[in-house]
Design a protein around this ligand. Structure first.
Ligand code: NDP
Ligand code: 8X3
Length: 251
């Protein structure tokens, strides 16, 4: 894996940050993306002892910013081997009839269109070399719709459809494409979903949720399979979770 370069979106927190730490351990060159530059700086400082790190600050909703950032990569980071489309969040948890339009825009613009913009900027680098690996972070919400999940679930169903479409269209180029779909992972996800409301603190109480490092570990496993093996789709729950709505809690 040394000499490989991975671009991770949403590297400032949760799954993306844990993945950056995991990949750095194995000497993979990293391009870390996010909007919070202070966090990118801190992570870069920590991981530069282990590998080469370049940071890109952009909002995935801003197409021009996405293309400018990726086109401006220094020579040493231009050959992206692995793209991890991880940036995303849920915004709100409301029934469809009272859903907030700004939340809907955010989820569709970030989780779906943002993923597409980043992919559009990176795919030519892969098709030109007839090699590459794209991992889209979907969700159990992409496989199952739950009450009040409406638009978030829709955005993640879209991620899975787009993943399949990418795998089909990029097949002639030998590019691997797959999705990893976690259930509940203890990150800043619920802080974002509930806009900092204290209700977010309860989401991971009374059971052991997946930790971001669990998903990072799986991502490393996926990218280190032999050349002829592509893990196309993975659903990962913590042991306490059986489905989106069934979680065995001690409280
Ligand atoms: P976090 O809130 O901890 O991390 C989200 C990351 O996405 C941050 O690094 C954030 O960076 C980035 N991000 C959000 N919006 C934008 C934007 N507009 N432009 C650029 N970057 C953005 O959540 P998770 O780590 O849990 O989420 C990562 C992915 O995993 C998401 O796609 C989420 O849907 C998915 N997922 C999460 C699950 C969970 O239970 N936690 C379960 C299943 C899937 P910054 O704010 O610095 O831009
Ligand atoms: C995040 C997990 O159950 O909140 O995708 O949708 S859930």
């Amino acid at each position: 894996m040394k000499n490989k370069t991975a671009l991770i979106t949403g590297a400032t927190s949760g799954i993306g940050r844990a993945t950056a730490h995991e990949l750095a351990k194995h000497g993979i060159n990293l391009i870390l993306c996010g909007r919070r530059q202070d966090r990118l700086d801190t992570i870069q400082k920590a991981l530069s002892k282990q590998t080469n790190v370049h940071t890109l600050n952009f909002d995935v909703r801003d197409k021009d910013a996405v293309f400018n950032a990726i086109n401006s990569l220094p020579e040493d980071f231009k050959q992206i081997d692995i793209l991890i489309n991880n940036a995303g969040n849920a915004h709100g948890l409301d029934p469809i009839e009272t859903g907030n339009l700004d939340d809907w825009d955010a989820m569709l613009d970030i989780n779906v269109k943002g993923l597409l913009y980043v992919s559009k900027a990176v795919i030519p680098i892969m098709t030109e070399r007839n090699s590459g690996h794209i991992i889209n972070i979907g969700s159990s919400a992409g496989k199952e719709v739950y009450p009040k999940g409406n638009v978030y679930c829709g955005s993640k169903h879209a991620v899975l459809a787009i993943t399949e479409g990418m795998r089909i269209d990029l097949n002639p180029y030998g590019i691997k494409v797959g999705a990893i779909n976690p259930g509940l992972v203890e990150t800043e996800f619920s802080q974002v979903r509930f806009k900092g409301d204290a209700i977010a603190d309860n989401v991971y109480k009374g059971y052991k949720a997946l930790q971001p490092e669990d998903i990072a570990d799986i991502i490393y496993f996926v990218i280190t399979r032999p050349a002829h093996v592509n893990i196309a789709d993975l659903l990962v729950f913590c042991t306490a979770q059986a489905s989106s709505t069934i979680v065995k809690k001690d409280i």
